[in-house]
Design a protein around this ligand. Structure first.
Ligand code: CAA
Ligand code: NAD
Length: 389
């Protein structure tokens, strides 16, 4: 099947990233949002980004912002937008009901051959797809932020997704430009958070406790950030949250609270961040101030509330759970996924040397913060995962 016409729904952070790389690849792209003002905001950001690339001579011989944008159109009429679509990528907010409604409208109005994909960060692809009545054509295509730079795109098979749909999704994602070569692992089990987000998910169980501790002790966010950063991380836990958006992470954690464990329920301080709309980079303020661009964070003074090693141990434990659940078959895929999605090494290789120490560390942490979800699992305690490379 030849893909020519792409429709991207949601002109936000992720949607516009996918619009950019699809246009750069030469596809015709239609952008859909619910209000013209949201479309205007997204398109204006896209233009600025393309102009910067054009000035640096990065768009290619004879290619300009104007020539790229000729292939883009915009609308608020979803049903009309998908009439000639070959592939639709939904990147609206992380809300099951809204995504299901969007999928239903797409399935009712798009041609039969059209692939309908969700960029959900965490939620069940199967549940979203089932609302469409065409589950075989539906798939998860999960991009990472910023889309033009991050190599990872997870391709998630819902229960009804056909093999053909998986193949088309992988081929399309692999062909989209980015810095380096795209890495598009097939996620074989539709479990919350898939691979990369699931790995960092239980870090929130610890950090939700830590955010409240920091407030109680009068510690600054900068000092807490310093606790979480390693030499190899481009961003610590708090900056990454600001970068992604706390509305997205708030919704994701509530979803995990329902599907994985109540221990994911956002704490007092984090809920306040969300309710007071300190959503991060996209609004200029999160834990840090982004109004002048990327914040300069002093990582030299630590709060002493958590350690980067605790976060590593929690992550390794989750990697073992992914192996236990059959989401992946070996831990090398996990480490490769983490490098492609977060620009930092995964912890599984390190875990092969440290699993006994980390199992003890996690048991002590559970005793301290009272969150059972981070108890060491069987594969970590026994080291059974070590041979599953
Ligand atoms: N689009 C296009 N180009 C961009 C860009 C963007 N959004 N942001 C930066 N660039 C370009 C810059 O213009 C610059 O170009 P030049 O080399 O020509 O100057 C280049 O990329 C590097 O820019 P910076 O120096 O500003 O970037 P950096 O070296 O500080 O790295 C970063 C920026 C890549 C974002 C890095 O900080 C990083 O890897 N952070 C971690 C990001 C991450 O973990 N993302 C995943 C989030 S989780 C997720 O997405 C999944 C989910 O479901 C929530
Ligand atoms: P965003 O808030 O920046 O953008 C969402 C856009 O969707 C908004 O412009 C909104 O107006 C629009 N929208 C809402 N309802 C709509 C509807 N019914 N029809 C059309 N448009 C609608 O959000 P985002 O950060 O781009 O996230 C979008 C999706 O991608 C979410 O599912 C999120 O979990 C996922 N995701 C986010 C990141 C990230 O780093 N932010 C990374 C990977 C995946």
């Amino acid at each position: 099947m030849e893909i020519k016409n792409i429709v991207v729904i949601g002109a936000g952070l992720m949607g516009m990233g996918v619009v950019q790389v699809s246009l750069q690849k030469g596809y015709k792209v239609t952008v859909v949002d619910i209000k013209d003002e949201f479309i205007d905001r997204g398109v204006s950001g896209l233009k600025k980004g393309l102009d910067r690339l054009e000035q640096k001579g990065r768009l290619g011989e004879g290619v300009t912002t104007a020539s790229i944008l000729e292939k883009m159109s915009t609308t608020t009429d979803l049903a009309a937008a998908v009439k000639d679509a070959d592939l639709i990528l939904e990147a609206v907010i992380e809300n099951m009901k809204i995504k299901q409604d969007v999928f239903k409208t797409c399935a009712d109005n798009a041609p039969d051959h059209c692939i309908i994909a969700t960029n959900t960060s965490s939620m069940s692809v199967t549940e979203i797809a089932n609302a469409s009545g065409k589950a075989d054509k539906c798939v998860g295509i999960h991009f990472f932020n910023p889309v033009p730079l991050m190599r990872l795109v997870e391709i998630i098979k819902g229960d009804g997704t056909s093999d053909e749909t998986m193949d088309i999704a992988v081929a399309w994602a692999e062909g989209l430009p980015c810095r380096g070569k795209r890495y598009c692992p097939r996620v074989l089990k539709d479990r919350p958070g898939f691979i990369a987000n699931r790995m960092i998910a239980p870090g929130f169980v610890l950090m939700n406790w830590a955010f409240d501790e920091a407030v109680a002790k009068g510690v600054t966010w900068e000092e807490l950030e310093a606790d979480t950063v390693k030499e190899t991380s481009p961003m610590g836990f708090l900056e990454l949250g600001d970068y992604v958006g706390h509305d997205t992470y708030y919704h994701i954690n509530n979803y995990y609270a329902k599907t994985l464990s109540p221990d994911f329920t956002p704490g007092k301080a984090y809920t306040e961040m969300y309710e007071t709309k300190k959503l991060g980079r996209k609004v200029g303020q999160g834990f840090f101030d982004w109004t002048q661009g990327r914040p300069k964070i002093d990582r030299s003074k630590k709060a002493g509330i958590v350690t980067a090693e605790q976060l590593d141990a929690i992550e390794a434990n989750e990697g073992c759970r992914l192996l236990e659940e059959g989401v992946v078959k070996n831990w090398q895929v996990i480490d490769d996924t983490m490098m492609a999605g977060f620009n930092r090494p995964g912890v599984m290789e390190l875990a092969t040397q440290n699993y006994e120490k980390w199992s003890t560390l996690l048991a002590e942490l559970v005793a301290k913060i009272g969150k059972d979800y981070i108890k060491p699992c069987e594969f970590l305690k026994s080291g059974k995962f070590v041979g599953m490379k």
